[in-house]
Ligand binder design. Structure first.
Ligand SMILES: *[C@@H]1O[C@H](CO)[C@@H](O)[C@H](O)[C@H]1NC(C)=O
Ligand SMILES: *[C@@H]1O[C@H](CO)[C@@H](O)[C@H](O)[C@H]1NC(C)=O
Length: 830
């Protein structure tokens, strides 16, 4: 039919061929995800659509429980919705290479045991019933052990006692507990496993080693508790000082790999160290500390490439695209900052450093100021191995948790905890002050959409459709937003819209979509069009992106560029905050504007046309409509009839939806007085618009709160000048540990010393300290100097005299000698 008219035949044949080609590709991709027998069905790659098209979709989207567990392996997960025959041998294969045993339980449900993975994130797995064909698949979420809930681990009771065992005053019995039902056995063994890294650092043969050392408790009842009196281990076991305890069924051979097990967190294995440690732990630790110091000196310097810390606690907590709470020192969780006395909260740089995958940590005291190693043993320290690991994981120094323990934590025990030689540690792990830190810029979309751009321009846009909120070709970053008409409480459509979904990606990362659901204020997160559940884990490592959702109303998406996207749900609307690091300056386009400190050019269309900020609501509407995404660029998922009808096929901007461009403040309106009362101060106009157009004070209030929250984020992110850390003078001390603009630091000297240079220095607006460096000079130094000068003078006089005398003597001697020679020579002529 397409090829009816002769003159279009060629084009038409071409198009038909193209269509065939396209559908073949779709069928092929379907075949690869569904298996050959489903190649005829026109399915997408998602489990949701497979459910409709593949009769036996359960083959490819195995639902399991639990869905996540420790990257050390040992979890037993159950395959849901599939029944297996009792007599088969179930095998499971992870990441297409690691095969572990599975089993079928009495109800016919299949189970797999997860393997040691050395990486976090989604791990694909396949299941086989004959050991040959792995024809069912699913995915497992591998989690850093310190981010796991204690219900998925075995717990060392009184961890400090474990890690200090054998140091003065620490002894007794050690206790470990676990949830018995998580080990499917009557009796268990308690084993110690050790971690090490072998091969040459930063070379291809650098590998992680996870080794069974010995069994501490054998064939003990699986009651969930085990106590023992530690003994010094035989060599070479006593040389392993970093490891985890494993609880596993006693039916398994000692040290069997990848069996059902519960691991404890990593710990410093003080309790089995050699005799020398028990005799004098401080001396033993100092020796270790010194040899670590030597090793560090031989390794490449990573400090130059790690990111600088935020200057204040407020900045650190607002810069959520680049920094995230350190679980070891979290004020929200009321945690006691064991390694950082004096700090109330620490954050870690989310991304590993570019070349070495190194980490940065930043700690703050109760006044919100940085705690620095130069001043305090509680100071924050950078890490050769990022605690959370760094993609692509698997190998040192990127193994989550363990590389960090190996290079940064056990050495802290040697130098700072088991002995008092922290200066060695801090030489290699000094806190970062914040002299080169630049806070990110924040833009927001809130209410029935009001926009505050990256440069702070504001406008309102109530179009219906899907639009480019932010785009950066340099970073291949794209953030798109969908708006949909608001509804009044009685269900009728209002002439205003709200943001209902946001989708984003950076480079070839997983595509993340966050959208409102029918359930009030519950956000749904999609990864590559599939629903992600945060019921087991709050933080998920994905490919090229991290997502954190501590509760259904809050989602944070973090990209390698340092871009952070915060989505919040409240009062049925979505608030979107985008945080952009300074590196993206001048590299952004879209409705959130061009980030260049100039709000005037923020309303620039995709083809470079600029409209003034004070344009009419109608002109702004036309401008914004121009930023609609296209079928080709859309990243959204259209997985419901509503979305398919309203957004997927239609033009992305719906020209038939014409909103109210303004609200009239009618004095007769009974709502006006309470609205005017509510909507005061900054954000008042947004509040008024939303309250009056939606006839809802709650709506206005939600908008006002979102606006204020944005204002406080911006305030928290204001740049602060730092003049950098100042050291106390030798033989003296300093008062003051604040180094930000306006801070004063004073110096004094120990008795017997006098201060030279400035006694007080102030951090000035330009980021420089006033005055000069302070030095302490001993009071009697001058006398000594003068005395020595006199002595030197006397010496010089003597030397001159001696030299003159010697010269004279020499002269005479030479004369005599010459005479002698002359005489001898003449004599020889005789
Ligand atoms: C799969 O099994 C779970 C738990 O048994 C159940 O809640 C769920 O509805 C099942 N799903 C399907 C698609 O049958
Ligand atoms: C959720 O987000 C709100 C607003 O940004 C914030 O105040 C709150 O602390 C967040 N909750 C959690 C659990 O992170």
């Amino acid at each position: 039919m397409l090829c009816k008219y002769k003159y279009t035949t060629h084009l038409c044949v071409f198009m038909v061929l193209l269509l065939q080609l396209l559908s073949r590709t779709a069928a092929q991709s379907c075949a690869s995800s569904c298996g050959e027998k489903f190649s005829s069905c026109s399915c997408h790659a998602t489990c949701e659509s497979l459910r409709d098209c593949c009769a036996d979709y359960n083959h490819f989207c195995l639902d399991i429980e639990p869905r996540s567990g420790s990257l050390l392996g040992g979890a037993d997960f159950k395959i849901l919705n599939v029944t297996f025959q009792q007599n088969i041998n179930l095998t499971c294969r992870f990441s297409s290479e690691i095969v572990t045993e599975g089993y079928v339980d009495e109800d016919g449900a299949g189970h797999c045991i997860t393997p040691l993975l050395y990486e976090s994130g989604w791990i694909p797995f396949e299941v086989s019933t004959d050991g040959l064909h792995f024809d069912r698949s699913g995915r497992w979420l591998s989690v850093h052990h310190s981010k796991l809930s204690p219900f998925h681990t075995s717990v060392l009771v009184n961890a400090t006692q474990w890690q200090y065992y054998g140091t003065p005053g620490v002894g007794g019995d050690l206790k470990i507990i676990w949830i018995p039902s998580l080990i499917k056995a009557e009796r268990v063994n308690i084993e110690l496993w050790g971690y090490n890294e072998t091969g040459e650092a930063y070379s291809a043969n650098w590998e992680a080693e996870w080794k069974y050392l010995y069994t501490v408790g054998r064939d003990v009842p699986n009651t969930g508790v085990f106590s023992f009196t530690p003994h010094i281990a035989d060599k070479p076991y006593s040389l392993w000082d970093l490891g985890s305890m494993r609880v596993s069924p006693s039916t398994k051979p000692d040290g069997a790999q990848n069996v059902n097990a519960l691991w404890s967190g990593a710990h410093a294995v003080a309790w089995h160290l050699e005799e020398a440690f028990r005799r004098d732990s401080a001396a033993w630790a100092l020796e270790k500390c010194i040899s670590w110091d030597k090793e560090e000196k031989a390794m490449p310097d990573f400090l130059t490439e790690i990111t600088d810390c935020p200057c204040t606690l407020a900045q650190a907590r607002a810069d959520t695209g680049r920094f995230h709470t350190d679980y070891g020192c979290d004020m929200e969780a009321g945690s006691f900052c064991v390694y950082h006395p004096g700090a109330v909260h620490c954050v870690r740089a989310i991304q590993g450093s570019p070349e070495y995958g190194a980490g940065q940590q930043c700690c703050y005291d109760s006044a919100g100021a940085q705690v620095l190693t130069g001043d305090s043993i509680g100071g924050s320290t950078p890490d050769r191995g990022h605690d959370w690991g760094a993609p692509p994981y698997r190998k040192p120094p990127r193994v989550p948790g363990f590389s960090h323990w190996k290079y940064d934590v056990i050495s802290f025990y040697y130098c700072c905890l088991w002995s008092d030689n922290c200066k060695y540690y801090f030489t290699h792990r000094p806190s970062s002050d914040c002299r080169t830190y630049r806070p990110p810029r924040a833009a927001v979309v809130l209410g029935d959409p009001h926009f505050v751009t990256l440069d702070g321009a504001t406008f309102t846009f109530n179009g219906k459709g899907e639009y480019v909120l932010l785009q950066s070709s340099d970073y291949q970053l794209s953030v798109q937003g969908r708006t949909e008409p608001m509804k009044f409480e009685n269900g009728t459509v209002a002439m205003a819209t709200r943001l209902s979904s946001v989708v984003m990606r950076e480079k070839d990362s997983d595509v993340i979509e966050v959208r409102l659901t029918d359930q009030a204020d519950v956000l749904q997160v999609l990864m590559n069009q599939q629903v992600l559940s945060f019921s087991e884990q709050k933080w998920i490592d994905l490919s090229g992106v991290f997502v954190f959702s501590p509760k259904a109303t809050n989602v944070t998406v973090m990209f390698p560029s340092g871009t952070g996207v915060e989505v919040r749900a409240g009062e049925g609307v979505m608030t979107l905050t985008v945080l952009l690091p300074h590196a993206l300056q001048n590299r952004t386009l879209g409705l959130l504007g061009t980030m260049n400190d100039d709000p005037e050019d923020d309303l620039t269309s995709s083809d470079g046309l600029m409209i003034p900020l004070n344009s009419s609501a109608q002109d702004i509407f036309i401008y914004c409509a121009g930023w609609a995404v296209t079928n080709e660029t859309s990243l959204f998922t259209y997985d419901s009839t509503y979305l398919l009808n309203e957004y997927s096929s239609a033009p992305k901007h719906d020209p038939s939806f014409v909103p109210n461009f303004g609200v009239t403040e009618d004095p007769e309106d009974p709502l006006l007085t309470p609205v005017l009362e509510l909507c005061a101060g900054d954000g008042a106009s947004f509040c008024k618009y939303d309250a009056l157009s939606m006839r809802s004070l709650d709506q206005g209030n939600a908008t006002l709160l979102a606006y204020r929250s944005h204002a406080s984020t911006k305030k928290a992110l204001e740049p602060v000048r730092s003049c950098g850390w100042l050291s106390p003078p030798n033989h003296g001390q300093k008062e003051g540990t604040l180094y930000l603009e306006g801070a004063k630091v004073t110096f004094s000297c120990h008795s017997g010393y006098r201060l030279y240079g400035s006694q007080e220095r102030t951090c000035q607006a330009g980021g420089e300290w006033s005055g000069e460096d302070a030095h302490c000079v001993a009071d009697n130094t001058l006398a000594i100097v003068l005395g020595s000068l006199g002595a030197v003078l006397a010496l010089v006089v003597m030397v001159i005299a001696v030299v003159a005398y010697t010269k004279k003597q020499n002269k005479e001697a030479r004369k005599q000698h010459d005479d002698k020679v002359t005489y001898q020579q003449s004599g020889s002529h005789l």
